[in-house]
Ligand binder design. Structure first.
Ligand code: GCB
Length: 590
């Protein structure tokens, strides 16, 4: 799905700013039919939960309403007009005046509607968006709602980050011609010194198509006619980790000798491949350093913010980190575009986190049910999961920074039903993108020998907390147990192995002479222990610390104002571990 862009044939209005806002309990049943009668306004983009000093809003379960007036630019006569939401978490309904124009389930991927027939250039219309934060056993991620003794609804979920909701990404109004580029798929290869760009362009109706490619300085380097084909770039500059060189491919729809639509796409020429136990980028072994992250900041919750985007990347580069995982959902597209330009490598993950009722469910306040069953993960969940995979790949397939699809975080993978569930999803992911390896992230409770699905994937991604959740405070034992497990995986699979989570909760400013859990010293010692083990494992291809920064979670007796495994505090102050990691990663020769 193409991101809206301003081009010679398309125009764009960003609808961010303050919108009228109300909980569904405070307004009439059909709030889209008139101006919202509410004293509240909420910023877009931002999660709404932490904006107001009001527990009723923070803990609300159900629909909330956003509304604003929008004027269609008067010059858009004759164009198609679209409204596009980069995300509505977790379910969105969009109304233009009294008409429902779009519905979408899935909180982290975009959707849009063609509203041309409902609006007039130069005139205003009322745009109302309903957003529902409810998670059930058939949503991705899953959750469930309980009703307490006082009749209050409570949203419970099986994952360890706060269920922020609302319009956390931008909303757009854009124009495009009736005959236009509908989608572009680009796959790149390297042939000697040449870059080879294979492209496939879908148009809204039969039309002549051509592509032109320019280098970063704007010089033409290749072109081709036809909706499908190949362009060779002689002596190409490759997209490399740490050097995100980008070409610009412009897809043009031509009619009567005139360009009726033009859409530019950034293209990085690079290859990704798994060979034996190596992860290769441009044919060279790549070692991931970096983090599992979250979209999470104070006040705005999961609201996208360019200042934090830039600052987080600067901190990662300062530390010598070359990669991150979009744990545990697709991040804003701005993040991936920036990773493309900055040469930061991304493991791109769906929002399928918490498919684990039987073990983890109880831990996070959920019911203890079999993970796979009629009232937990069932066929409907699987279809929602398949849709989450389709939408992730449709949105992110052209980003050179994305080198690996992760289709789930820590599902229960040690039962036979997991195989029935994941086999078709792994096949689907491969069908949708032949050019990237695939993975899922394995949890500690499904170690080698118990796990039943790792053979379906290309890369072993493990989350392990030896020295934290087990062997707490005893790093000598942790070292033995971690090494034994990694050697077990290595003996069983000829695949690259990557630690996608390892970490220890650490209260910034908490110190002790002897490394005690929760102190900055312990976090450093814990990471050192892990690194000693990683360096002894031949098939190890990377380390991503959990987490880049402290982040908000649901309340619970194992969390004090959120998860404190950050190497940075929530406001991005380094703990001692940041300096220790910097010293390792800026010297690492892999
Ligand atoms: C995990 C999860 C992550 C949690 C983390 C923790 O295994 O994947 O979402 O936040 O552990 O800190 O417990």
């Amino acid at each position: 799905m193409l991101k809206p862009r301003s081009t010679p044939t398309r125009e764009l209005v960003r609808l961010d700013g303050l919108w009228r806002f109300a909980l569904d309990t405070k307004v009439a049943d059909t709030p889209w039919t008139a101006a919202l009668d509410t004293p509240l306004e909420a910023p877009v983009p931002a999660s709404y939960n932490d904006l107001f000093v009001d527990a009723e809003i923070r803990d609300h379960v159900g629909w909330v309403w956003y509304q604003r007036q929008v004027r269609v630019p008067r010059g858009w006569a004759g164009e198609r007009v679209f409204v596009r939401l980069d995300a509505a978490t977790h379910e969105g309904r969009v109304y233009v005046d009294g008409e429902l124009v779009a519905e979408h389930v899935g909180g982290y991927t975009p959707f849009e509607a063609d509203i041309t027939d409902l609006v007039q250039p130069g005139q205003e219309f009322r745009l109302t968006v309903g957003v529902n934060n409810v998670l059930t056993n058939t949503t991705i991620p899953p959750g469930f709602v309980t009703v307490d003794d006082l009749g209050r609804k409570k949203q419970k979920y099986l994952h360890d980050f706060y269920n922020y909701a609302g319009l956390a990404r931008s909303v757009w109004l854009y124009s495009a011609p009736a005959v236009r580029v509908d989608d572009i798929t680009v796959v790149t290869d390297v042939d000697g010194a040449d870059g080879v760009v294979s492209y496939d362009i879908a148009t809204t109706s039969e039309a002549d198509v051509r592509v032109r490619i320019r280098d970063a300085a704007g010089n033409p380097v290749g072109e081709a006619e036809g909706a499908r084909g190949e362009v060779r770039i002689p002596d190409a500059t490759l997209w490399q980790p740490g050097a995100g060189y980008l070409y610009e491919l412009t897809a043009e729809v031509v009619s009567g000798g005139e360009v009726v639509d033009a859409y530019p796409l950034a293209v990085g020429v690079r290859t990704v491949e798994v060979k034996g136990n190596k992860f290769l980028i441009n044919g060279e072994p790549f070692y991931f350093t970096g983090f599992g992250k979250h979209e999470d900041t104070a006040v705005r919750g999961k609201g996208h913010d360019d200042a934090y985007l830039v600052h987080d990347f600067e901190l990662m580069k300062w530390m010598g980190a070359n990669s991150f995982r979009t744990s545990h959902y697709p991040y804003a597209e701005e993040v991936l575009e920036y990773a493309d330009r900055q040469g930061i490598v991304v493991i791109d993950e769906t929002a399928a986190v918490g498919l684990n009722y039987s073990i983890v469910g109880g831990f996070f306040g959920g019911p203890v049910l079999p993970t796979f069953g009629p009232d937990s993960v069932n066929d409907q969940t699987k279809e929602a999961h398949a849709q989450a995979i389709r939408e992730l790949i449709a949105r992110d397939k052209n980003h050179p920074s994305v080198v690996l699809w992760s289709i789930a975080n820590e599902p229960e993978s040690g039962v036979d039903e997991a195989r029935d569930y994941f086999e078709p999803l792994a096949t689907l992911t491969r069908e949708l993108d032949l050019s990237r390896p695939i993975t899922f992230v394995n949890m500690m409770l499904a170690p080698v020998g118990v796990d039943k699905i790792s053979d379906l994937f290309d890369v072993l991604c493990l989350n392990r907390y030896y020295g934290w959740y087990v062997d707490t405070g005893d790093l000598e034992s942790a070292e033995i147990h971690l090494e034994a497990e990694l050697r077990g995986w290595e003996a069983m699979y000829d695949k690259p192995m990557l630690m996608t989570e390892y970490g220890a909760d650490t209260v910034a400013g908490q110190h002790s002479a002897l490394a005690q859990p929760w102190t900055e010293e312990y976090q450093v010692a814990y990471l050192d222990m892990n690194h000693r083990v990683f360096d002894r494992i031949e098939s190890f291809v990377g380390e991503q610390v959990w987490n880049f920064a402290d982040f908000q979670t649901a309340v619970g007796i194992i969390r004090v104002d959120g998860n404190k495994k950050g190497v940075f505090t929530r406001d991005r102050k380094p703990k001692a571990a940041a300096h220790a990691l910097r010293s390792r990663w800026t010297r690492l020769e892999k």
